[in-house]
Structures are given as C-alpha cells and as structure tokens.
Design a protein around this ligand. Sequence first.
Ligand code: P1T
Length: 379
Amino acid sequence: MKFGTKAIHAGVHPDPTTGAIMTPIYQTSTYVQRSPGDHKGFEYSRTHNPTRSQLQDALAALDNGKHGLAFATGMAAIDCIVKLLQPGDEVISTNDLYGGSYRLFTKVYQNYGIKFHFVPMHDMTAVEAAVTERTKLIWVETPTNPLLNVIDIAAASAVAKKAGALLVVDNTFSTPYLQTPLELGADMVMYSLTKYMAGHSDTVMGAVIVNDDELHQRLSFYQNACGGTPGPQDCFLVLRGLKTLHVRMQRHCENGRKVAEFLKAHPKVEKVYWPGFEDHPNHAVAAKQMRDFGGMISFVLKGDRQEDAVATLEKFQLFSLAESLGGVESLSGHPATMTHASIPAEERRKAGLSDSLIRLSVGIEDADDLLEDLQQAIG
Ligand code: P1T
C-alpha cells in the first residue's frame, strides 16, 4: 500500500458495533470483566485504550514498523526511551537538538548517573571518537532543531551496531512522509506528534515506533508503569491529523522551497539553513535519505544582531511568533530565548546557534502571501 492510502486507512477499522467509519473516542477509564481475568483485551486505560491502540497501529504502519507506542507528550516518549538505561551507561547525542531534549538529558538523567556526550553528528568521525564500552544509546535528530543539519542515519546505525548500542532517530521534523529511519537501520523512531503528525496545533503528544518485539515489551512496560500515556481525545485528534499528512507535507515542502529561495536571494539575509539547497553541507545525505526537504527553515540577517532579529519577529503578520512547529499555519521563533533557552549560551554557540537566528515553520497557506509577509517584515 502506498503512503497516502496508508495515512488514511492503516491501523484503523470501522467500529464493530455501529460501523462508525471514524475511530470512536473511547472515553473510559476501565472495562467490565465477566469473571476475573476474563475480558476483551482491555482492563484499564493507562494500560490499553481502543482509540490509542488504533493510533499506535496507524503510527507503526506509516513508519513501516511493527509496534507503535503513544505518549502524552514528545518529552514523555523521550523519557520512556531513556528509562531503558542504567546508571553508568553513556549516550552520544547530536549537539544541535531540541532544547527540551537537552534539558531532560542534562538536568534530569545526568543526576541518575547516565553520561551524555554531545557531538556534531553530521561529522560521523566525531560520533566514532565518542564511543566507549559503556555507550548504550545514540540519539539522532535529523534534520536538527533548529540548525537543519542532516545526520546520516545509515552511517549512525553502522556505528551503533559496532558499539552494541541502540540507535534512536527523533523524526519530528521529517515525519515518515519524508524519511523512514527503521528502514535505514534505526532501532527506534521517536516523534513529537504535536507537530506535523497531528498537524493542526491543537494537541500535544508523542510516540515511539520499533520493530523488535523485546524492545517493544520493555518500552510498553515503562509506558504503563510510569504512566505518561495520552487520553483518547488526543489520540483521536492525531488519528484525524494523520489522514492528511501526505497532502500537508507535500505543501509544506513546496512552500518551504519557495520561502528558502526567497530568503537566499534577499539582500538583507546573511545565511539560510535549509537542507534542500545544493550547497547545504549535508545536502547529499539529505538527498539520499529524505524524499523531499521539509518546511523548516532558519536564517540569520546581515549584521548578525539579535535586536534586528527581534524587530523582524515583531513585524511578522502571518508568521505568528510562537513556540512549536509543523501546524498548518506558519510560525516564527527565536530559538535563543524560546525553544533553546535551556541550552547554556556557551553550548549553543559551540553548536553554531547564533542569538540572532530566526526559525520558521512554513505552513500551508498561499505561498505568495507568505513571501509578502517576509518582504514587509525584513524590509
Ligand atoms: O513538545 P513535545 O510534544 O513534548 O515534544 C518535544 C520535542 C521533541 N523533539 C523535537 C525535535 C521537538 O522539536 C520537540 C518540541 N519542540 C518544540 C516545542 C519546538 O518549538 O521546537
């Protein structure tokens, strides 16, 4: 089955009692048993819920994976993955990543005796150099948030296999429409479903997709034992969003290209970060592992001054200034003070993240209106 058909049909089925074509919202905490242990596969909604089950199956199908696990937020999904580790274990992570992931790693799990190495992962020799006999997890985000570096998933998988470590790919920016990491050797794919997957800026959720049965069992143990599961209403909203994922992503990519090219040609713009450009340092890797280049773009104005970036952000009319990304509406952001403020300034600078960087999530509005808004804001 092709992607667009799967987005609409995979994992879901008409309700057996009424024939309802849309998955019902099973707003229930518990399920009646005929005799102790004699039930229909559902005992308690933290553990299983039919709306969540259909979403999990749909998510697994889109990533060509075997098992899907849904969480209350993207951070809860990341938290569940890190729970696979023991004190003394080491993680190698990209040094350019979502600020909340960095905060969870350094401010929470470092206190539990897990060591994190942050390296520029688009250079695979830096990853190899950080491997020790304690390396248990390799954390890839690609393209990265917010600098749009592209990490070679197949190469990272080779390093992980040699080290005996698990490879995770945070696929939030790409979605399975653009990239399917399990097919490139990743052990786990992780999502903030809040973004493109749900797609309408109306819910916060996360997911992990895996192939391996034992890994799935370990993760579902933590999903239930720790309890970071989503409610059925939110699962329904993501299921509804997934049905248009391919159509939305196609337009995000088309508009992304138009916005990236407009910015690159603008005399007041110093640098544009977008993996679709042939002169992007990782373009060859992006062209190899992605089916298109997405709608996330970052840029820096000439002069590299934070006050100019702030003035531009204040002038946007259509690119609303807000955290998050991946919704139908265009958003703008200032990573240094918003999404990446939890990364110390020195670490941000080392990763190449300027305090004057502007991040855009290009929506699916008419591209002409988006370009007009950029023109009036940049001047
Ligand atoms: O916000 P939540 O659903 O918990 O997901 C966290 C998360 C994980 N991974 C990536 C790559 C992300 O971008 C995020 C959340 N990011 C934003 C809120 C943002 O504006 O970048």
